[in-house]
Design a protein around this ligand. Structure first.
Ligand code: SAM
Length: 313
């Protein structure tokens, strides 16, 4: 099922791991300068990790991590990933730092996390370990076999993320969603349907993450550069939405639920993070004393500049 090919590149670059179709016949994943990491409890093979330039045997960061905030110390997700002996999970290496940046505030709380795309259940176990015993982890997958991966704190729902009725059922059934991670089929219709139906149900202080945005550039997934209907193009509209308070063309751009509920939008390579927060119309503020005398007429100002310039010559 899984073919690995580790290609040594230059010292600064990252080894490549080609995962030939790990999730089904239609998916082929190949990595360029980035590296996608897999750890499987079923087939532990630590050489996959050892050959990555990010981590060595002791879990010490190498060159490519040394310049990042944190000074080379592994965060807890990176530690977990390195030592995982549970179910297999597949992530792009750089995601782990980004998750920690947004998710750490939920650790130790009764966080409700929904991940679309279960695969072998390894990421659900990772979330359980990271967030702690109060966390409630929900997984969604179209593959009915995934139901077997349920365990304490982890519930799994079988359904298709492009099916809006199924998504509405989820919204009604789950007590709360603080964090949603879309790591399912990565097709445009799937990502957009999931956002449309579930974003309004994310807690008002919650986080929405869409993974593997690069499929927006891949035809096989319905993508293409600047092609209408890709998730990337769709999400560019959110930039307009958060600025709608300032719109002078209300028929084209008006304050919406997105304007009132999105605090920030963060794009990384292949990863999109939205932070929710109840938003009020922005208010300008000022402090300090007036510094420049603006009572002079422009003509006298011009005269002043001319006389200064002539003295400087
Ligand atoms: C990228 S893998 C998930 C990896 C997992 N989140 C991890 O980090 O280890 C994608 C999963 O999404 C599932 N999937 C594909 N299309 C789907 C759809 N339309 N609805 C729900 N799940 C889907 C696949 O069966 C597969 O298990």
């Amino acid at each position: 099922m899984l073919e690995l090919l580790l290609l040594k590149q230059t010292d600064l670059e990252i080894d490549s791991i080609n995962l030939s179709d790990p999730w089904g016949p239609s998916r082929h994943w190949s990595c360029g300068r980035r590296s996608q990491l897999t750890i499987s409890g079923l087939r532990p093979n630590r050489s996959w990790i050892h050959k990555s330039s990010c981590w060595n045997d002791d879990g010490v960061r190498r060159k490519d991590k040394a310049n990042q905030p944190g000074g080379g110390k592994l965060n807890d997700l990176e530690e977990y990933f390195l030592k995982n002996s549970g179910h297999r999970t597949v992530k792009w290496k750089h995601y782990l730092e980004i998750y920690d940046r947004y998710f750490s505030r939920f650790r130790g709380t009764e966080v409700h996390l929904l991940e679309i795309g279960v695969f072998d259940g390894g990421s659900l176990q990772m979330w359980k370990s990271y967030f702690g015993p109060k966390a409630r982890i929900y997984g969604v997958d179209v593959d009915p076999n995934c139901k077997q991966l349920e365990e304490e704190q982890i519930s799994i729902f079988i359904g298709d993320q492009s099916d809006e009725r199924f998504l509405s059922y989820l919204a009604k059934t789950l007590p709360r969603i603080d964090i949603l991670i879309d790591d399912g089929g990565h097709k445009m219709k799937e990502q957009i349907a999931t956002f449309r139906v579930l974003f309004p149900h994310i807690d008002k202080q919650g986080i929405y993450v869409c993974e593997d945005l690069h499929t927006s550039y891949w035809r096989k997934f319905g993508g293409g550069f600047r092609k209408r209907g890709t998730f990337i193009e769709y999400s560019k509209g959110f930039i307009d939405s958060i600025h709608a308070w300032h719109s002078k063309e209300p028929r084209k751009l008006a304050v919406s639920d997105l304007t009132r509920s999105i605090y920030s939008l963060h794009y990384y390579d292949s990863l999109f993070v939205i932070e929710k927060r109840p938003m009020e119309p922005p208010s300008p503020i000022t402090s300090g004393c007036p510094t420049l005398d603006r009572s002079r007429k422009p003509s006298s100002l011009r005269r002043l500049v001319r006389s200064i310039n002539s003295r400087l010559k």
